[in-house]
Design a protein around this ligand. Structure first.
Ligand code: BUP
Length: 466
């Protein structure tokens, strides 16, 4: 009788930025490592503008990849916790799902021997121990952010009050220095959130292995430093895990809007279109949206802009959703008519992986979510880095300072900060990014970086990756 495949459970926390890389990981474990995978997608389902996309993800299920949506049983508890920080909301949502997932795992015909969770799912460690499963943590952001996140608790514990007050940077052996204020969730040791988030760092350190969506040539110093075993147990740099645009077939039935965008791109000259998106979690203020529109218009460059109506709260879209209605209300009068033919404004959601893989795209104005960043890098597309919250400031620093594939506004951007970047600065940034064709140094460096991604993907396919 044929031996059943080894079975592992994957658990994705709410938010497309967590779900997408977890799904890719599941697909690769099935395809390249002959595992059977059950992926639990925890959803609170406000919608985050991506419900169509989620139903498509459910269709990825096959003989060895089983996908289940899980919602916390006490929706009302979560609703009453709106004032919680993003990290707390995510961890509490995951925690509320432990009993449901546990029951599902206990009734599986082939008991899974390992569980892989993201940063917000380590509350599943106790369950994993009881069920004798190996525990793997998957960092869906950069290795540098991981290094900073696990280092902060130890570092700040050693400091006197005076030393702590003077602390500005986190210095990790052989890694780039990280600004302390950029370590989201841990940037104030007196904040209850810091205390809340600390066990996440410790749980990562105690995992049987840590997977991170990066590769050596993207973050050479950090990967070497984390890989030497002093800060963490075993490290597996398994990236780039991004949606393979070419593999996906868009059906006209579900994706009329997406197909129209790609057809529009087909008609534009190579490398001439700027793609603008601030991700799935938050949005710009109304005033900043207005300013951005005027900057884009005066740059005279072609663009596709995924625009979302302003929200008051960080990550509001992860939890309370939105359908994009009102997305166009914050644009200057006559903007859409004046930019007709040159630009497309798409409310809420666009087929980003396909767009960034399209030959007409020449640049990406991004909030620096790690998945967006990797989708840009793996397609050789240079960026304007405009971080809004969370890990995005650390990522913007890597892109602009280390890799030099992005430029950024002078001010510290953020979601709630009002019109921090003026139209003239936006125009200058866009022109600098888009002009000069192949001779533009940002584009040349982005191409070279893409080469490193292509090589590592090839090695992974042929099994020669370390
Ligand atoms: Br918006 C949008 N289409 O219109 P990140 C996003 N995406 O396919 P996050 C679309 O969602 P945080 C859209 O391609 C990427 O894979 C996009 O993940 C896809 O940022 C994913 O870039 C978004 O990691 O915020 O989740 O918005 O920084 O908190 O991860």
């Amino acid at each position: 009788k044929k031996q059943p495949r080894t079975h592992a459970v994957l658990l994705a926390s709410p938010g497309m930025g967590h779900l997408k890389p977890m799904l890719e990981l599941g697909k690769r474990l099935v395809k390249h490592h002959d595992l059977e995978i059950t992926l639990f997608i925890v959803t609170n389902d406000g919608g985050d503008g991506a419900s169509g996309s989620k139903s498509e993800i459910l269709k990825s299920s096959d003989e060895f990849l089983h996908i289940h949506l899980v919602s916390p049983p006490q929706q009302d508890v979560m609703a009453s916790a709106l004032e919680w920080s993003l990290i707390r909301k995510l961890v509490m949502t995951m925690r509320a799902c432990v009993p449901v997932v546990r029951a599902a795992i206990s009734s599986m015909p082939v008991a899974p021997s390992a569980i892989i969770v993201d940063l917000f799912g380590t509350d599943f460690w106790d369950m994993a121990d009881e069920l004798r499963m190996l525990k793997f943590a998957f960092m869906t952001t950069s290795a540098l952010y991981l290094a900073a996140f696990i280092s902060v608790p130890y570092l700040v514990d050693k400091l006197s009050q005076k030393e702590y007050e003077e602390l500005r940077t986190i210095d990790i052996p052989n890694c780039k220095t990280v600004a302390y204020e950029d370590v989201f969730g841990l940037a104030n040791r007196d904040d209850p959130d810091h205390v809340f988030a600390r066990p996440m760092a410790t749980n990562f350190i105690n995992a049987d292995g840590v997977l991170v969506n990066t590769w050596h040539d993207l973050e050479p110093n950090t990967v070497s430093s984390l890989g030497d075993g002093r800060l963490l147990g075993k490290l597996y740099p398994i990236g780039p895990l991004t949606e393979q645009a070419a593999e996906k077939k868009l059906s006209t039935e579900d994706n009329g809007g997406a197909i129209a965008i790609l057809e529009w791109l087909d008609k534009q000259p190579g490398g001439s279109v700027l793609y603008v998106s601030f991700g799935s979690g938050w949005s710009l203020t109304g005033q900043q949206t207005h300013e951005l529109a005027l900057g884009l218009e005066s740059s005279k460059q072609r663009f596709i802009w995924v625009s979302r109506p302003p929200t008051d709260e960080v990550s509001e879209y992860f939890f309370s959703g939105g359908d994009g209605s009102g997305a166009l209300d914050y644009l200057p009068d006559g903007f859409v008519a004046r930019t007709k033919g040159v630009g497309l404004v798409v409310p809420m959601w666009a087929p980003q992986a396909q767009i960034l893989a399209h030959a007409s795209i020449g640049g990406f104005l991004t909030h620096c979510g790690w998945n967006s960043t990797l989708e840009s890098v793996t397609n050789g597309v240079p960026m304007i880095a405009w971080p809004l919250y969370g890990d995005q400031f650390v990522i913007a620093a890597i892109l602009t300072e280390d890799l030099e594939v992005a430029i950024r506004p002078a001010a510290r951007t953020s979601s709630g900060g009002g019109g921090a970047v003026g139209r003239e600065e936006i125009r200058e940034l866009v022109v600098k990014l888009m002009e000069g064709g192949e001779g533009n140094p940002l584009r040349a460096r982005a191409k070279a970086l893409r080469g490193t991604a292509d090589r590592v993907l090839e090695e992974q396919k042929t099994g020669s990756a370390k």
